[in-house]
Design a protein around this ligand. Sequence first.
Ligand SMILES: NC(=[NH2+])NCCC[C@H](N)C(=O)O
Length: 489
Amino acid sequence: MPTELSATDTSSTQTKSGKLGLLPLTALVVGSMIGGGVFSLPQNMARGASAGAITIGWLITGIGMLALAFVYMNLSTRKPNLDAGPYSYARAGFGNFVGFNSAWGYWLSAWIGNVSYAVLIFGALSYFYAPFGEEGNTWQAIAGASICVWLVHALVLMGIRQAAIINLITTIAKLAPIFLFIVLVVVGFNLPTFQLDFWGKEALTLGSITTQVQSTMLVTLWVFIGIEGASVGSGRARKRSDIGKATILGFVTVLMLYLLVSLLSLGVMSQPELAALPAAASMAYVLESVVGPWGSVLVRIGLVISVAGAFLSWTLLAAEIPFRAAKEGILPAIFANENENGSPSGALWITNICVQIVLIVTLYANSTYLALFYIASTAILVPYVFSGAYALKLAMTGESYDQQKGRGRDMAIGALATVYGAWLVYAAGPTYLLMCAILYAVGIPIYVWARKSHGEKSFSSIETLIAIALVGAASVAAYLMWTGAISAL
Ligand SMILES: NC(=[NH2+])NCCC[C@H](N)C(=O)O
């Protein structure tokens, strides 16, 4: 195949079984990002921000996330052997301990996100069976969620993979209600409602524009998680040039859908009204106010199918990442156990036991979908920031570049993605960062255990410093939680 010889790209993965054209590739990109977040966007965005601030929030996210999308696209062609996702990039660029934290953080985010999915599904079902509760965290909901978790667990142990047919059904289930929502809400759109307090100056609770924009950042991050998976499909592209096009096309499509869902809602209900809606499945309430109860039913059915599909994908991923890391000696060997069906059973068991524990915590702490996905969003920042930084490092050192061509551009993209990541760390705010520090600190002994069992040294001198800082932050966090000064859940 001629593509194999093209000058700057070192990848050979694109040439294998060139199958997918531009449209299916784009669908793959779209599908990897849209999951459950979109169904709650109207309330989640409006709860702390006005229409003006929300627009700025999407603009910043659009630029930052596109940079990240390019980073992954670039890295997947430049380093085709590093195919275990963000974790392998962090490790290649910054050593074992950073690599470990990247895998650990990605794993945390994946399964905590799944807890939020479980709560979201049962919250949506409360319309049909009230005892589940609008937040999906009553004992009935948690019992139902637990049963579903172990059902999916059993299916994956039996060797179930994400089948094309499941993908197709869930893609239709998520896109159909979104399109219909947009069309119907355009009809119900009322310009004066939309223009009401456009910058949130009159609302006493919203604060400055920066504060408002900041309040949207964990939400916009959440709905774009999965962007790192978009480059995974690149190995199946028919034409190499389609990969870039599909990434941009898919990305812009998703951004447009999110923008429309969140902004058009502000023309149906005012910002304070939206903010007062239940956080989970708020799209259902908005559509119901335009077309009546069937709108709510439609959104909820779409949500359940879409999120169930996403739950399965993220269960597979949550097991796959630690499985790979364990195979490379970065996590304890138990994560690398496989059963006779070729499923990563060790990682799967550990993951779903964690999911079960946090589901129970959710019941007692009365945690919400919002709080849970805020933690999942914050947790993924480490793998994201280090992916950007790795792309930046490659472009700066010239490693994997045969010539100067493209280095300047890649440096800019890597820098942009890293800066966006750093801004997100700031925007996440101390509560969620401290909460995550505890979750990351728990990983340290596990890392030491993994290295010890391989008879290897755990930390270099700089890694020791990182570990000490992490333990320090976690201690502060634990103390503050103990005194009740912070509570994230
Ligand atoms: N279970 C997870 N960790 N999911 C993360 C993906 C979130 C996805 N972007 C969504 O909007 O739903």
